[in-house]
Ligand binder design. Structure first.
Ligand code: PLP
Length: 450
């Protein structure tokens, strides 16, 4: 095939330079020809591009590693799978098989968990918006409800009255843990006395029993000590409530927020240096428990880790559709997936692998998605060798928040497959088509075209 003519550009050769952390990752693009033993080309031939590929092996391994980090250090541990991080049925089902409960933050997610067969008493119900009807259903089905605000507390008192019984509940706390900006819009503030006031109101009403405490201090928290501070404050507050009002804390739920292994935009250090291991978090958290709990007291420790469990269990295969030169001479590639599918592109500097060996000098390049939108950028400073049309670029990790926050904007959402531990490939979400997208639309008679 005759090569397309391209106007020559001059770029400084920077290949191979070292910095003080070793050789820069930008200069060594890795080749990936398979995912868990299944050739990338075979996957694309059968299921198209772009294509999300989940690895069952990685998902189970990640879960077990994180679960064991806590279960080997503390005797009473329960994980709740954060549905909003990835609520594909297959992902949820695998994590439920591993023993996780469901952690949901809306009526929709609550229905999803029940529909998958999860009983109410294995559902943790969080979030600032729980309608009266869903809340009532959750109470009747024995869900663990973490109250977000005073109006919800009042709703629960009404529900208790309707059902003619008292209800066990927990409250969500927010507090200063040294992580800024401080998330104070969820739950009751600890330092200002708001949380204590909520408990007083419960006592006064006589219908709700405080049985647990919840906190979720943020996401991608790089500071294990922040969790230790949260645990210390929660346990101390719990004992204060037990001693003052006679409640018994059955669980301490410390939420999620552990990072996955990826470089964030605007950070200098590579993930190997910047991101503490899960064992460091577990050590800090359980040590804080032992320092503050009374001897022989082991309330259930609930964790709602999302990103750290699923992010590194999923890949996105994309295809180079075209290349061009920008006005300043910079090389740019257009691929068939953009921020419509990769919401986390706004924060992540993804690992990008190529499906074949490519000859030629690395050059500073940009990778754009297919959208007619200026913000549709997957990477704007990546060293890439000259890529031909049809080359596959594999983005990683993509398991957290993309299959839930993706948007249907000018493109259909593509197939999602899983590679099982046995090396089989199964479709877990079929690519969309026009009939699916238009199913809920109605065109009133008046506007019908001849
Ligand atoms: C989003 C969320 C999680 C999961 O957070 P990650 O940062 O993905 O671990 C856990 N609990 C609550 C209440 C959440 O809103």
């Amino acid at each position: 095939m005759k090569k397309k003519y391209e106007k020559p550009v001059i770029t400084r050769i920077e290949t191979g330079f070292m910095n003080k952390f070793g050789s820069s990752p930008y200069y060594s693009r890795r080749i990936r020809k398979e995912i868990d033993g299944v050739p990338v080309e075979e996957l694309v031939e059968k299921y198209g591009s772009p294509l999300f590929v989940i690895s069952e092996r990685r998902l189970r391994e990640n879960y077990r590693r994180i679960y064991n980090a806590f279960a080997t250090r503390y005797p009473n541990v329960q994980f709740g799978w954060s549905y909003k991080t990835n609520y594909l049925k297959t992902v949820c089902a695998i994590l439920h098989q591993e023993g996780a409960w469901a952690e949901v933050v809306s009526g929709f997610e609550y229905e999803k968990a029940r529909n998958l067969g999860i009983p109410g008493d294995k559902i943790i119900f969080n979030g600032p918006y729980k309608t009266y009807d869903v809340l009532k259903r959750a109470v009747e089905e024995g869900a663990h409800i973490n109250i977000d605000h005073m109006d919800e507390l009042v709703d629960l008192e009404k529900i208790a009255e309707e059902l003619g019984r008292t209800i066990k509940v927990a409250i969500r706390l927010n507090m200063d843990t040294g992580i800024y900006p401080h998330w104070d819009r969820f739950g009751f503030n600890l330092e200002s006395g708001q949380a204590h006031d909520a408990v007083k109101r419960m006592v006064w009403g006589g219908k709700l029993k405080l049985a647990g405490l919840h906190a979720h201090i943020g996401t991608f928290i790089l500071e294990p000590d922040a969790y230790a501070r949260a645990v210390e404050k929660m346990v101390q507050f719990g004992y204060e409530m037990e001693d003052t009002y006679g409640f018994k804390m059955e669980y301490i739920d410390i939420g999620g927020g552990f990072p996955s292994h990826i470089k964030l935009k605007g950070t200098y250090l590579p993930p190997d240096v910047a991101i503490p291991s899960i064992e460091e978090y577990a050590e800090k958290i359980t040590s804080a428990l032992y320092r503050n709990l009374r001897p022989g007291d082991f309330p259930k420790l609930i964790l709602e880790s999302g990103r750290a469990i699923v992010d590194e269990a999923e890949f996105l295969i994309t295809t180079v559709i075209a290349s061009k030169r920008l006005a300043d001479g910079k090389k740019a590639y257009i691929v068939d997936a953009g921020v419509n599918l990769l919401f986390t592109a706004f924060w992540y500097k993804f690992n990008v692998e190529i499906d074949r060996e490519v000859k030629g000098m690395n050059e500073l390049s940009a990778i754009y998605g297919p959208l007619c939108m200026n913000i549709d950028i997957l990477d704007d400073g990546i060293m890439l060798p000259p890529l031909e049309r049809g080359t596959r670029l594999i983005f990683f990790p993509v398991g957290a928040y993309n299959n839930t926050q993706w948007m249907q904007f000018i493109e259909y959402r593509p197939n999602v497959v899983i590679v099982t531990e046995e090396g089989e490939v199964h479709l877990v979400r079929e690519k969309e088509d026009l009939a699916y997208i238009e199913e809920k639309e109605r065109l009133p008679e008046k506007f019908k075209l001849e």
